[in-house]
Design a protein around this ligand. Structure first.
Ligand SMILES: NC(=O)c1ccc[n+]([C@@H]2O[C@H](COP(=O)([O-])OP(=O)(O)OC[C@H]3O[C@@H](n4cnc5c(N)ncnc54)[C@H](O)[C@@H]3O)[C@@H](O)[C@H]2O)c1
Length: 438
């Protein structure tokens, strides 16, 4: 029985006749759905957000990395469609879960989206189906949360259905590395599960690396993101230290990175943002604590990184003070609200925290971001202001929080009085404004 299910699915995967269900059509799920549809698979996107479902079915993309022009032909050809109906799961040979994994207010993992998706999948589980979790989560999630919901008297894992974890590694806004050219890592619940998951991804990516278990695959992603968050924490601390020692941290990094081995440059900034770096390592430290292990590097890096928005406000206060002014009552323009350059994602963005802190200190905050036309800060709605000479002249200070390419930095330098450049974007650019770096 097991080998029949396996062989049948393998054949359907290799002939691209399998129907792929993607649960969660966000930054991760939509590009993945497009990747499979482009490879000739029939793809059904399942999302609880009716607006997203309608947008996909119109061929309108709401994700920066996917152009409407790429989506429309796939929708028109019937290779990709979206629905909010969980019954669609009945028709899927493969289901890939790409739902959010945020933190609760208590800073504990909120795995409710995974649980909800797994419950829906369980209600429609059928023989020969392959289920893969791609959401970033703590080691053990697939085995402890998903497996018990699917494996039982009717269906046995590795025999009647197959279960694996494969971390998503997409980097929104990165044009060089995309969903279909970044190698995939897979770990199955059984060797058969691994083999099937590998076969699936081989149809759309050039390299698939298999690890020994779902737990190992979950841990791979957390190592990758913890590596970044710890190194950013280290370099942020270097920035604080260099300022105290009257050294320019950017000069130090530029020189250090000329070493051709054993060094990899990371850069300081206003703090971490996005759905991954501020959150994923906390998933890992939470799980480690359950096992009586204190993940010290993770906690320390989080402390340093979370301090950075406060540090930006402190440095701005000091710079204004030097000019004989106070934060209270000053007009401050934040440039770049997204958490990183050239994207429109403001989730966990340090710019929001900086705006909040400035507001608490009595500053009058406005913002300019070509990718974020409007946002809500607590109960207040803000709109991106056009970067006009008049706007710049009205400000006591401008803070470059995110260094998008589509910002007129020459104009900014020409008309601003004081600029705090948290990204060293203005390095080597001349203008009239006084520029302070981290
Ligand atoms: N954004 C990134 O750069 C990135 C990179 C790598 C990994 N990840 C991980 O991938 C996962 C998804 O992240 P994202 O950024 O794509 O999230 P997202 O918020 O952009 O998209 C998630 C989608 O899932 C939908 N959803 C929620 N619950 C659902 C359910 N029960 N059934 C169906 N749909 C449901 C939401 O409506 C939303 O459209 C997270 O675990 C994240 O950590 C994200």
């Amino acid at each position: 029985m097991a080998s029949t299910s396996l062989t049948l699915l393998q054949r359907r995967l290799m002939s691209h006749h399998a129907t792929i269900g993607i649960v969660g059509l966000g930054y991760v799920g939509l590009p993945l759905a497009v990747g499979f549809a482009r490879a000739g698979f029939s793809v059904i996107g399942i999302d609880v957000d009716a607006k997203r479902v309608a947008a996909v079915n119109r061929g309108d993309s709401y994700i920066l990395d996917i152009a409407g022009a790429d989506l429309r032909p796939l929708v028109r050809a019937g290779s990709l469609r979206a629905t909010a109906e969980e019954r669609a799961l009945d028709r899927c040979d493969v289901v890939i879960i790409c739902v959010p994994t945020p933190l609760r207010k208590t800073r504990e993992p909120d795995i409710s989206f995974i649980v909800d998706a797994a419950d829906r999948i369980a209600r429609h589980l059928h023989r020969g189906e392959l289920i893969i979790l791609e959401s970033t989560t703590y080691p053990g999630t697939t085995e402890e949360l998903i497996l018990p919901r699917l494996d039982g008297r009717r269906f046995k894992v590795g025999r009647d259905f197959f279960l694996a974890f494969s971390p998503e590694r997409v980097d929104p806004g990165n044009r060089q590395f995309t969903t279909t050219n970044i190698p995939k890592v897979v770990g199955g619940q059984t060797p058969r599960c691994s083999a099937l998951a590998k076969r699936l991804y081989e149809q759309i990516v050039p390299r698939v690396v298999t690890v020994s278990s779902t737990r190992a695959a979950e841990m791979v992603k957390l190592l990758e993101n913890t590596f970044r968050s710890v190194n950013i924490g280290l370099v942020n601390e270097m920035a604080l230290m260099c300022h105290r020692l009257n050294l320019n941290v950017w000069e130090i990094i530029d020189a250090a990175k000329t070493k051709p081995f054993g060094f990899m440059p990371f850069y300081p900034g206003p703090g971490l943002g996005g759905h991954c770096l501020p959150i994923d390592p906390i998933y890992l430290s939470w799980k480690a604590r359950m096992h009586g292990f204190e993940a010290r590097f993770i906690e320390l890096a989080a402390q340093v990184n979370e301090y950075m928005p406060h540090y930006v406000v402190e440095r701005l206060g000091a710079a204004l003070n030097e000019a004989g002014q106070a934060l209270k009552g000053s007009r401050v323009l934040l440039v770049g609200m997204a958490y990183k350059k050239n994207v429109n994602d403001i989730r966990e963005s340090p710019a929001l925290e900086i705006a909040r802190l400035l507001g608490e200190r009595g500053a009058r905050v406005a913002y300019h971001d070509p990718h974020v036309p409007g946002l809500r800060l607590d109960a207040v709605s803000l709109r991106s202001q056009p970067l006009t000479p008049a706007l710049l002249k009205r400000q006591q200070a401008v803070v470059i929080v995110t260094d998008h390419d589509r910002v007129n930095y020459a104009r900014l330098l020409q008309h601003a009085r004081l600029v705090l450049d948290t990204r060293n974007r203005l390095h080597g650019v001349r203008g009239r404004a006084k520029v302070v770096t981290l």
